[in-house]
Design a protein around this ligand. Structure first.
Ligand code: NAD
Ligand code: ZN
Ligand code: ZN
Length: 344
């Protein structure tokens, strides 16, 4: 089968032919219908060899949906032909966090060498993929695969980040979204449907700010050194109760801290290498800074339910498997509006 692989450190991903996989005991094989392209792949592929957390070559794609093609021995509760979304942050299934459904915070994944598809295990950018356990599948329930696939990360990750801050997202509060890309443009929609806050979106690109307005941002601000002052101005000097940074670079985390209100949450989702010092004099009183990772199994089901009632609509650009390297190149250069989706 064809697969998109990261093979050589520093080189672009390549389309190659690899043997068709077969499901082992307890596993499920999917015929992939769509796979999403995430900026995290670019972040990982930009690292030097010693910092790449998995062996190469690696089949990319940690956002995947497909139809069940074959069941390994002992798998029940699924039928060939079922349309499913892959829950990507695989855990051990037995630790206390996994028992809560928070496999994204599995306590034993590292020790046991469990890695997500596309980030260590063979991913969704191929004609077929292996899912290690049926509990990592959520029924699509009639959702369009192309629309649904980004929800497994670009939807789930902001949903998880927003949900933990709901107590602060009361009517009259302000949320700032930094980076209106794949994750950010979904975050804006989630904020609009889950809360009654005012949403201010920041980005460096005018077309991304236009997308932010189209999906529900009340205000948009160019992300430069004056952006935090603009947020303060728009909030009567108070600042934002929640700042979600989908870039996470040194200048954006600085903006996030400077735009935060007293008793606020600053949530750094982007892997841009920025860090924010906490301590008296650094941030307004009782500001919480956190860096959440992906989301839980039940949260994925909730995000898919929101999409099913039409509350979230991902803006997608589609590419063939052969065009996947082009999709990565366009994402790297900020040319993708919304999410790029590969159709194997
Ligand atoms: P993307 O490229 O689709 O979106 C990034 C957006 O940020 C773009 O619109 C870009 O114009 C904008 N941007 C760039 N520099 C900016 C700046 N200085 N100020 C404001 N906006 C700026 O990327 P994505 O796939 O949405 O991913 C966003 C980030 O989230 C990446 O760093 C990715 O690695 C990370 N991520 C983290 C998790 C997690 O679990 N924590 C999960 C998925 C993705
Ligand atoms: Zn991702
Ligand atoms: Zn676990």
């Amino acid at each position: 089968m064809k697969a998109v692989q990261y093979r050589t450190v520093g080189a672009a991903p390549e389309v190659v032919t690899v043997p068709d996989p077969e499901p082992g005991p307890g596993q499920v094989m999917l015929k992939v219908t769509a796979a999403g392209v995430c900026h995290s792949d670019i972040a990982v592929m930009s690292r030097p060899a010693e910092q790449i957390p998995f062996p190469l070559p690696l089949t990319l794609g940690h956002e995947g949906v497909g139809t069940v093609a074959a069941l390994g021995d002992g798998v029940s509760g699924l039928s060939v032909g079922d349309s499913v979304a892959v829950y990507g942050p695989w855990g051990c299934g037995t630790c206390v966090k996994c028992a809560e459904g928070k496999e994204n915070y599995c306590l034993r994944a590292r020790e046991l060498g469990i890695t997500p598809p596309g980030l260590g295990s063979p991913g969704a950018m191929a004609e077929y993929m292996i899912v290690d356990d049926p509990r990592h599948l959520v029924p699509l329930g009639g959702l369009d695969p192309v629309q649904a696939v980004p929800l497994t990360d670009a939807g789930l990750t902001p949903y998880h980040a927003i949900k933990r801050s709901l107590p602060k997202l009361v009517p009259g509060a302000t949320a700032v979204v930094i980076g209106a890309g794949g994750l950010g443009h979904v975050a804006i929609q989630l904020l609009r449907v889950m809360t009654a806050v005012r949403v201010i979106a920041l980005d460096v690109a005018e077309d991304k700010l236009a997308l932010a307005r189209a999906v529900g941002a009340h205000e948009t601000v160019l992300s430069d050194k004056d952006a935090a002052a603009k947020v303060r101005e728009l909030t009567g000097g108070i600042g934002a109760q929640v700042v979600l940074d989908f870039v996470g670079a040194p200048p954006t985390v600085a903006t996030a801290g400077a735009a935060a209100a007293i008793d606020s949450d600053v949530t750094i989702v982007g892997l841009g290498g920025g860090a924010l010092p906490v301590g008296f004099g650094s941030l307004p009183y009782n500001t919480t800074v956190t860096s959440p990772y992906w989301g839980s199994r039940s949260e994925l089901a909730e995000v898919l339910d929101l999409a099913r009632v039409g509350s979230v609509e991902v803006h997608v650009e589609t590419y063939t498997l052969d065009e996947a390297p082009l999709a990565y190149e366009r994402l790297h250069h900020g040319k993708v509006n919304g999410r790029a989706v590969i159709l194997p």
